[in-house]
Write a protein that binds this ligand. Structure first.
Ligand SMILES: N[C@@H](CCC(=O)N[C@@H](CSCO)C(=O)NCC(=O)O)C(=O)O
Ligand SMILES: [Zn+2]
Ligand SMILES: [Zn+2]
Length: 191
């Protein structure tokens, strides 16, 4: 059987609602769930193959997007959250009982500072932006995926209408490079 990329990709993408303005996420505990409120839709939502982003059991990829950090608040059971890897750039706050990541926050100087990483599938509401691309695709090999299967994985994304990258999308890579250049005092050449 072909491996599951992620349920939201395997079964065909459902378009989000551009007017959707947020909702609540909850962890996967049967009771005493951690609840997070988002007063914004997600942006740059994408499939991520890296080893650090939370994915549902059996999925090869995570689906993760960003919201401005001032649009995110923890509404219930905050005490169940713990930071998965305090040394990582993205401090992923996970429920210590069910393991779901409720949000990832960047506290250091970084091009994505001010944005929190979230998984809209932890919400029951509909309308969240659909995945826009697949990033860190080759990283699944580091987690044990057979490199011989990579053509099939990329073909699955392409048939769902998503471009694949081995880092992030060109828009996001340009944002990172712009930040790095400005920090170094680089003056851009006129076009
Ligand atoms: N091959 C590595 C890649 C890890 C990586 O760089 N992940 C990215 C994307 S996460 C969401 O897009 C990243 O920015 N990580 C920073 C962090 O996780 O703190 C692997 O697979 O681990
Ligand atoms: Zn939980
Ligand atoms: Zn990732």
């Amino acid at each position: 059987m072909a491996p599951s990329i992620h349920p939201l990709i395997d079964n065909g993408l459902t378009k989000g609602d551009p007017n959707f303005s947020g909702g609540t996420l909850h962890c996967r505990c049967p009771s005493n769930q951690v609840v997070v409120s988002l007063k914004s839709n997600v942006a740059h939502n994408h499939a991520c193959g890296c080893s650090k982003c939370w994915k549902p059991a059996g999925a090869l990829f995570s689906i993760v997007g960003v919201v401005p950090r001032d649009k995110l608040s923890v509404e219930a059971n905050q005490s169940k959250l713990k930071i998965v890897d305090p040394s990582a750039v993205i401090q992923r706050h996970a429920c210590k009982d069910c393991g779901a990541h409720l949000f990832g926050r960047i506290e250091r100087e970084h091009p994505f500072h001010g944005l929190d990483f979230v998984h809209a599938e932890l919400s029951d509401q509909k309308g969240w932006q659909e995945p826009q691309f697949a990033g860190f695709v080759s990283s699944i090999i580091e987690q044990g995926f057979n490199p011989k299967g990579m053509d099939d994985v990329r073909a699955k994304f392409h048939s769902a209408g998503l471009e694949t990258y081995d880092a992030l999308s060109p828009v996001l890579m340009d944002l990172i490079a712009t930040f790095t250049a400005q920090k170094a005092g680089v003056k851009f050449a006129n076009l």
